[in-house]
Design a protein around this ligand. Structure first.
Ligand code: SF4
Length: 270
């Protein structure tokens, strides 16, 4: 099987074939949050993985893009599980569990498969927070999804041209993944970031509603108003933050989008 890795200078959406598997039983971890409250239901143990092929203009985790960095830490599943088991009673008592995010966790899907399998053996709720950029459709992906309690899928923009401007690459892979989840009847929460000038208009909201309207596996849509909190990380990485001066959307805009998406029969979290 051909596999891919990413080099620090990879361009948006560009993975480089290396002819060998980079997964050797270890995840490349950016950071860990032991009691997260915003990445899924209840209290959550959150693992942030390195590596992302998207280049969202508003990215609040700019420092996770490269797969290999000096500060990344390699961890095995038993090492991660040792920490999870110490927290599992707290997590379970709040209806929580574990979440993998990043970066983009699908780039390390074998590690996620192994970790989620270990969690489910202990009846721990597992959540995959993803942009849907799956490179491979194979037994590993489906095995990982079989051990995923909830997918939180970022649908950034359905219009392909605006998506390219906002995210740096086309949305074809993400939309394919969304359809794959629907076919599998995989419990999914869609996340939609409302970015003024890019995703805050009624047409964009309607395109999203039309795309997910018939997807019975999409239980809820979470609306996330744009914020500038990650801007400083761009500067630390030596990059220009192109959304400087763009402010969070007004409440009326968010409520309008909520109303539109409710019209497509979805529960909205805001
Ligand atoms: S998908 Fe997430 S990590 Fe990747 S560039 Fe976009 S916001 Fe950043």
């Amino acid at each position: 099987m051909q596999t891919y890795t990413i080099t620090p200078d990879a361009k948006p959406g560009q993975a480089q074939a290396v002819g060998h598997r980079h997964y050797q039983g270890k995840g490349i971890v950016h950071s860990i949050e032991s009691c997260g409250t915003v990445d899924g239901p209840g209290l959550r143990y959150v693992l942030f993985l390195q590596g992302c092929l998207m280049r969202c203009l508003y990215c609040h985790n700019r420092d996770t893009w490269d797969l290999h960095t000096d500060v990344a830490k390699e961890m095995t599943v038993p090492e991660v599980m040792k920490q999870v088991m110490a927290y599992r009673h707290y997590l379970r008592a709040t209806g929580g569990g574990v979440t993998v995010t990043g970066g983009e966790p699908l780039l390390q899907y074998e590690f996620v498969r192994d970790w989620f399998t270990a969690c489910r053996e202990h009846d721990i709720h597992t959540c995959l927070d993803t942009n849907g950029y799956a490179l491979h459709y194979d037994e590993i992906l489906d095995d990982m999804l079989d051990h995923t309690s909830l997918v939180m899928l970022d649908l950034k923009q359905i219009d392909p041209e605006i998506h390219k401007v906002l995210v740096g690459i086309p949305n074809t892979k993400t939309l394919k993944f969304a359809k794959h989840l629907a076919e599998r009847k995989q419990p999914t929460r869609v996340r939609y970031v409302i970015v003024p000038g890019y995703t805050d208009d009624e047409r964009s909201a309607n395109l999203l509603g039309e795309f997910i309207g018939d997807m019975e596996n999409v239980e809820t849509v979470e609306l996330l108003p744009y914020h500038e909190l990650g801007a400083h990380k761009w500067e630390l990485c030596g990059d220009e933050y192109k959304l400087k001066g763009v402010h969070p959307p007004p409440k009326e805009t968010v409520l309008k989008i909520k109303e539109i998406l409710e019209g497509y029969g979805k529960n909205i979290i805001y």
